[in-house]
Design a protein around this ligand. Sequence first.
Ligand SMILES: [Zn+2]
Ligand SMILES: [Zn+2]
Ligand SMILES: [Zn+2]
Length: 340
Amino acid sequence: MLNDIRKDYLLNRWVVMATHRKRRPVDLARKETDIQKFSRSSCPFCPGNERKTPPASLVYLKGRKSTVRKKDTNGIRHKNWLIRCVPNLYSAFSHPKIGESFSSGKAVGHHEVLIESPNHNEQPANAKISQLVYVINGYIDRLEDLSSKPYVKYVSIFRNYGLDAGASLSHAHSQIIATPMIPTILSDELSASSEYYKANEKCIFCDIVEREKNSPRFIWGNKSFIAFAPWAGVHPFEYWITPKEHQPTLSELRSQTTRDLAIALKTCLNGLRSLLNDPPYNYGFHLSPNEETDKHYHWHLEVYPKLTIWAGFEKSTGIYINVVPPEDAARSMKRIIERN
Ligand SMILES: [Zn+2]
Ligand SMILES: [Zn+2]
Ligand SMILES: [Zn+2]
């Protein structure tokens, strides 16, 4: 029997679904712990260690009626925060100094860390929903502020969880990088979705949602979101969360949909954790970068569990081999979420 070869919904990217080498969840589950040992006193993201980071670009504080948004200024560091967003000490992109021209040869931009909770281990899989709502609102606030800068073309919001997925600190955190160009995967998705719109007068993601909500790749859904394993996912157990209604970017979330997103995040990440013994993963948002792309681009969150290693073939060709067909991944995820 021959393996399936599939092309991505949008990208010119191919993946072989290796049914012959098919793996069960238990074969891929994380074996030993990769959680780094950080004592609370040395963790720069724990409360009390605010001085170990640069001043925060955003903090949420508990107000009498609602959340109060502040910044650290004049050498003060706010305490008793709910979430905290700080410039990354080892920044890949830095903002230009006043008067500095931002030529294309310099990595101008911003690189920030969003500390998701004062509790060291409040990861999305086990966070309070109200805490995840702060995190999502923090993403939106930073997205809006950074997008308004003239040298910023795209704002990437992502999360690395576990040492093998590139997290160098174990305290629950996400990262935000504002770049002076539109990243390649985004620009490829943008041009393909624009072509699709021209030909069909429809958003391709709205069509994907229609198709996947009743497909064997469907995992979970609530009023506002669905989670599914993408048709040509390149990672075992990869899944995407996307709004059911056409929504170009996160700024359009309202309070009820923000809560629905928090629930979707927690439900699916907790499913992944139970199914594969708390595996490392990366996730990243794909957002419409400007008004011109809003009609045909529909935001989504892509979650990539880190269970296998890309080797010579993948690295040298850009063709991938996935040892867990998305239909199998979705079935296992669905089952564990129903049980949880
Ligand atoms: Zn900590
Ligand atoms: Zn759409
Ligand atoms: Zn995407």
